[in-house]
Design a binder for this molecule. Structure first.
Ligand code: HSE
Length: 401
């Protein structure tokens, strides 16, 4: 019997409890022993819960109980999650988590504490909800040099963009539905401003490069500026707009960004709909591999948390996951990255744009006075110097295959 504690009984924590209950027998059969929930920590009152005796508001009860081998930190955020995680690891308990904010910002420290105490800090659920992505990256793909990752890493924004493109829904209505379905963060600005996706690409790039890819080094733009004109014209061009997180490693240096991006309909990520996430990983031996599944929601995320628990219960030796703090020159400047953009200007500025970029094909929006063109591929440094003389309304990066 492996005894565990769940910290936080929200969307994910209640799912972890449910999965362990629902699949109790099959887990015991596969693992050769049962996983038993001994405590659930939550500051709210759960005295009406059928297993109310499991609930505690005192973290020390869990910390001091030597029977508790694994702690699932599914509170989210930095405080008190960091202190609880650190204390649990120092007390010799393994910690599994879905907390991408904590892994992205404090992962270097917590992984070191886990290693020094010969316990595990595991975070499969922190990226891609129920999609297995951390385990393949630190397991069967480690024989590769992974030089590129790009993907849809946020279920809420993918749900919103899908509803805007397929059903013509407004941004606000689609966001409300994503919140009602339990996909969005407590503060949905993390989703719609791209911060959640930035945390996830930070974790993936830190894992594959061994260099802590700080979130504040990730150029991050959300989807709040995408409107019905962008949807109309992208559609006319046979494209969709998705929030894409991408990361590259070149000559030992790292670049990562999050931005709304335009994809041709035959791009493998263009058909990822609703709350689903899709992640493409390029390795120099395997070529492209793609991971797909539900990127948010109670049971899919809990599935990943429970998977980590089972792995630890099978083999509690430290798995050796770690990354280092980045040096000053570890990051490739954005100005050196080559991109191509879908650029929106006022119809009256077409001539100015053609003077700067040469011959361009324009597509007008029927709903406004605006027009769009595709810029030639060039470095962002060069692009930014060229557009100084054009009053552009917005630019949306074009995702290449
Ligand atoms: N708010 C997140 C999302 C939850 O929508 O992807 C899963 O990390």
């Amino acid at each position: 019997m492996t005894k565990i504690a769940i910290l936080g009984f929200g969307t994910v924590g209640s799912g972890v409890y449910e999965v362990l209950k629902m699949n109790k027998e099959s887990i015991a059969k596969k693992l050769g022993k049962e996983i038993e929930v001994k405590y659930i920590l939550d500051i709210r009152d759960f005295s009406d819960h059928p297993e109310a005796y499991l609930f505690t508001q005192d973290f020390n009860t869990i910390l001091e109980d030597k029977e508790v081998e694994i702690v699932a930190e599914v509170i989210g955020g930095i405080h008190p999650a960091y202190n609880f995680t650190k204390a649990a690891l120092l007390a010799g308990k393994h910690v599994v988590t879905s907390n991408k904010e904590l892994v992205a910002t404090m992962g270097t420290k917590l992984l070191k504490i886990a290693k020094d105490n010969n316990v595990n800090y595991m975070f499969e659920a922190s990226v891609g909800g129920g999609i297995p992505i951390i385990a393949p990256l630190r397991g069967c793909l480690t024989g590769n040099e992974i030089t590129r990752i790009s993907g849809i890493l946020n279920g809420t924004t993918n749900y919103i963009l899908t509803k805007m493109f397929k059903d013509g829904e407004s941004f606000e209505d689609a966001l409300k539905a994503a919140q009602d379905l339990g996909y969005a963060e407590r503060d949905p600005s993390s989703d719609i401003l791209g911060r959640d996706a930035a945390r996830k690409i930070s974790i993936l790039m830190s894992l594959v490069t061994g260099i802590q890819t700080d979130v504040d080094k990730i150029k991050t733009e959300g989807i709040t500026s995408i409107d019905s004109c962008d949807v109309e014209v992208a559609g006319k061009m046979g494209c969709v707009i998705k929030l894409i997180a991408r990361g590259y490693e070149k000559d030992g240096k790292v670049f990562a960004s999050v931005s709304p991006s335009m994809l041709q309909k035959d791009h493998p990520l263009s058909n990822i709909q609703d709350v689903y996430n899709g992640i493409m990983v390029y390795g120099n031996a395997v070529d492209n591999v793609m991971f797909y599944g539900r990127g948010a929601g109670t049971l899919p995320t809990a599935s990943a948390v429970v998977g980590d628990m089972i792995e630890i219960a099978k083999d509690p030796i430290n798995q050796g996951i770690f990354w280092h703090e980045a040096s000053e020159d570890a990051f490739i400047p954005f100005s050196e990255i080559n991109d191509q953009y879908f650029v929106r200007i006022e119809k009256a500025d077409k001539e100015k744009a053609a003077l700067v970029f040469g011959e361009l094909d324009f597509i007008d929006c029927q709903k406004s006075n605006d027009s769009y063109f595709i810029s030639p591929e060039m470095s962002n440094g060069e692009f930014n110097s060229k557009i100084v003389s054009i009053p552009i309304i917005k630019k949306i990066r074009i995702e290449q295959e």
